[in-house]
Design a protein. Structure first.
Ligand SMILES: CC(C)(COP(=O)(O)OP(=O)(O)OC[C@H]1O[C@@H](n2cnc3c(N)ncnc32)[C@H](O)[C@@H]1OP(=O)(O)O)[C@@H](O)C(=O)NCCC(=O)NCCS
Length: 192
């Protein structure tokens, strides 16, 4: 090693130092999804379908399928929310869908929530799921369910537990993705 490599780095004069801009605060608005949000919603979900086992879908959904889901939940009056950055970027979404398509189950919905990877771990999931719970209650729902993979979905389990969801059952090795068997954890919250 050369002697100068051991010497401390030279500091620029004060007037030439780069001033780092302060990190922008993480802010967002939560609002009902519109048809124009669906391409972003689709891109967020695609990431988890292709790369993870937190969803047990193995094929990405087409925009046409998302439009159909949007039209269906809108017709039923079920909530479909997005969180949007001040610049209009969709950071995540949460949706309630019918649990079973039989009239007797009309007060029960299955919810799901997905955030852009860069938006996780900052409290947005809790804010968005809380807003979905409120919207579900206003829509007349009484029970919310979530079906979570039993491995690799720790943040989802933690989020649901923090909002009072209780585990009501487990099924072992009921799905296979990426050549691995996966079980599911059933979570439930009464919102009456
Ligand atoms: C699951 C997901 C929505 C959670 O949202 P998030 O913004 O990351 O979570 P938050 O920062 O709001 O944290 C909510 C709570 O869970 C806890 N938590 C979050 N991730 C955690 C982790 N990996 N391990 C332990 N605790 C965790 C937080 O500490 C917080 O607890 P608190 O309220 O007691 O302080 C988000 O991580 C995500 O989109 N993940 C990928 C998709 C996914 O798994 N969706 C659910 C499919 S069932």
């Amino acid at each position: 090693m050369l002697e100068e490599e051991y010497s401390p780095a030279r500091r620029r004069p004060f007037h030439l130092r780069r001033i780092e801009p302060p990190e922008a605060p993480f802010s967002y608005e939560i609002r009902p999804a519109t048809a124009r949000d669906l391409p972003d919603v689709r891109a967020i979900y695609d990431h988890y379908v292709v790369n993870t086992m937190v969803t047990l879908d193995t094929e990405v959904k087409s925009l046409r399928q998302w439009r159909s889901t949007f039209a269906y939940v809108t017709r039923l009056g079920l909530p479909f929310l997005v969180a949007v950055s001040p610049t209009g970027q969709v950071l995540g979404y949460a949706i309630c869908e019918p649990w079973i398509q039989k009239r007797a189950y009309r007060f029960t919905a299955e919810e799901s929530i997905y955030l852009r990877p860069a938006s996780t771990g900052k409290g947005l999931g809790k804010a968005l799921l809380s807003a979905l719970i409120d919207a579900g209650r206003q829509a007349g729902l009484k029970q919310l369910l979530a079906v979570v993979a039993d491995s690799g979905a720790e943040s989802s389990l933690a989020l649901h537990a923090s909002l009072g969801f209780k585990e009501t059952g487990r099924m072992g090795r009921v799905a296979q993705k990426f050549g691995r068997w996966i079980g599911t954890v059933m979570l439930q919250k009464s919102i009456r």
